[in-house]
Design a protein around this ligand. Sequence first.
Ligand code: PEP
Ligand code: MN
Length: 371
Amino acid sequence: MTQQPSPALPALNARPFAEPGSSPDSPLVVAGPCSAESLAQMRSVAAPLRASGQVHLFRAGLWKPRTRPHSFEGNGAQALEWLKTIQQEYAMPVTTEVANTEHVEACLKAGIDVLWIGARTTVSPFAVQEIANALRGTGIPMLVKNPMHADLKLWLGAIERVESTVGGAVWALHRGFSNYGVTDYRNAPMWEIPIGLRAARPDVPVLCDPSHIAGRRDLLAGVAQKAMDLGMRGLMLETHHNPDEALSDKEQQVTPQGLFSLLAGLTIREEQLSEDQVTGLAALRMQMDSVDEQLIDLLASRMALAEQIGEVKGKQGITVLQLQRWREVFATRSEWAKERGLGLDFVQKVLEQVHKESIRVQTDALSRKKN
Ligand code: PEP
Ligand code: MN
């Protein structure tokens, strides 16, 4: 493979896409493994990425925030040396996640080009402020992932803390939100949140992280395309030379070749969303589409519960229709609706339909159990 010149990191120190009318013809691409596993692993990923000339920034997690202890928690400070080696050998800017002062100091000392704040950290204003303080005045470019849960203000607040203290470019990074409903995604995209962010802060470029949204390789391309259609400025995609053997997030990582095919398959529309599309009717409709999708997910979750309830009733020999329980459901939900200013008549009609369907699902489950 011939070595292409590395694409310049589009002036991360300025706000490259903030000027009205600016229209990048290809997304900024951040790629690299979920975790830095060894120097050999990082070289195997970095070499083809660098040679392709399509990747602007190489990523690798050193300190991995894992849901439970005793799973692989990253190689920490020793992996910083490997990241440094990649930066120098391949002349590529590199980025990693920082979650506390110790991480920040180590990264500053090593000369890491860009740092990111992870979703579990954005949740805590204390932690974000601690990181920002440790970076005070350095002007280092920062990516701020959305918080785990769908709180736009918390995301905006983290961006404000970082920009006012660190003083460099700050980009938002959309990685989806913890799921409440039944969905195919590891983290629900809830597109209305990044659209809301763009409306509130049109000067902050938004990147998308399809890997953590999708959680599965086969869903990545669709998420990446949607992000491009919404005018997002770049993509972070976890890339591993042998994803099936990865020590973390193996289902969602692509090979370098997989990354290149995904990028080649994207349709990048010339026109960026106009101001009106970001703040006007189209933006509101996009937000409504996303909320409706969640409404359907919630209904699916409710019916899945109804099915389980049907099975339990079957086992216990209880009748499906429990009048007292239905009266309680009807009364409490009507009260919740009133508190939220919803029309009572409308909500009660919806409740009746939902109840009717729950009874049907429970009866089916019960008769399946009998047969
Ligand atoms: C990551 O990018 O590897 C990561 C841990 O992401 P998030 O904070 O989005 O979970
Ligand atoms: Mn990951």
